[in-house]
Design a protein around this ligand. Structure first.
Ligand SMILES: Nc1ncnc2c1ncn2[C@@H]1O[C@H](COP(=O)(O)OP(=O)(O)OP(=O)(O)O)[C@@H](O)[C@H]1O
Ligand SMILES: NC(=O)c1ccc[n+]([C@@H]2O[C@H](COP(=O)(O)O)[C@@H](O)[C@H]2O)c1
Length: 168
């Protein structure tokens, strides 16, 4: 059984994440999607709660051909214990997919294989760019799966982002 781990903050889950997961799905039997900084929400850079991000991922990946688990993972104060904390909360896995330099370093130090997925349209498929567009009233829905746009509408996510940014 080949099981892999993919971690992100998914603020929000966008089409870049969707493309990465579609290609990982061709290489593994099961995928654990770690929803990082799970304790954080209602901030300009982290507007959505862990539960809302679970909902985005669940709906966006309705038709994906891989068994997946979307699991919220809180941050730990100390980086050296983060990998053990992650593995204490997830099913076992042998490969990590990430482009985050700290995540690469921490997992490689413990001997886990790390793969770096290619970037898809990084200038637009980016959480930072999508949140900027939401704040400035520009188009953003084409950068996320339709199901994610629906979730953000249901939770009134753009209004929340503007309020916490003080621009509403
Ligand atoms: N367009 C993309 N193509 C491929 N991988 C991506 C893309 N955007 C993000 N990733 C990767 O997905 C993982 C999770 O990313 P994350 O949730 O931080 O999204 P982000 O768009 O980088 O968000 P933010 O701009 O808020 O930091 C990271 O390893 C990141 O490098
Ligand atoms: N000490 C820690 O808590 C620790 C260390 C490395 C990564 N992380 C988390 O992993 C996630 C990585 O995701 P991104 O690649 O989207 O930044 C983030 O939520 C980040 O906070 C946490």
């Amino acid at each position: 059984m080949k099981r892999a781990f993919y971690i992100g903050r998914f603020q929000p889950f966008h089409l870049g994440h969707h493309s990465v997961i579609t290609s990982i799905a061709e290489e593994v039997d099961e995928l654990i999607i770690g929803i990082g900084s799970a304790q954080t929400s209602h901030e300009v850079n982290n507007p959505f709660t862990a539960g809302e991000r679970v909902m985005m991922i669940r709906h966006a990946l309705e038709d994906i051909d891989v068994h997946f688990y979307a699991l919220p993972i809180d941050d730990t104060l100390q980086n050296p214990i983060w990998v053990s904390y992650v593995t204490s909360r997830t099913p076992p896995f042998d490969t990590v997919y990430t482009n985050n330099p700290l995540v690469i370093e921490l997992f490689e130090e413990t001997g886990v294989t790390v793969k770096q997925p290619p970037m898809y349209h990084r200038n637009e498929y980016s959480g930072t760019e999508i949140r900027r567009r939401m704040l400035e009233g520009e188009e953003w829905k084409h950068l996320v799966p339709d199901a994610v746009a629906d979730v953000i509408e249901e939770i009134n996510g753009v209004r929340r982002l503007r309020r916490v940014a003080g621009t509403d």
